[in-house]
Write a protein of this length. Structure first.
Length: 78
């Protein structure tokens, strides 16, 4: 059983994105916000195919990362 606490920083690291500081995450969100309401998070044009697949799987399977992926989704739509 994976007891790892997932956070935005660990999600960004998992996706291969800069995640050393909260400023890295804020820059990413600012650069890609607002995500259109009719676009699923995993279908956004800025993801690589591997990143999109990871996001899609985590949400569809309600997996360990789903909560923090949802958090990123909300941030990108705000």
């Amino acid at each position: 059983m994976d007891l790892t606490q997932h956070s935005l920083q660990t999600l960004f690291a998992q996706l291969g994105l800069p995640s050393a500081t909260s400023a890295d995450i804020e820059r990413f969100v600012a650069a890609h916000r607002p995500l259109a309401a009719d676009v699923e998070l995993a279908d956004a044009a800025f993801w690589t195919p591997g990143q999109a697949q990871f996001l899609r799987e985590e949400i569809s399977e309600d997996a360990d990362w789903a909560e923090v992926v949802d958090q990123l989704n909300v941030m990108l739509r705000a």
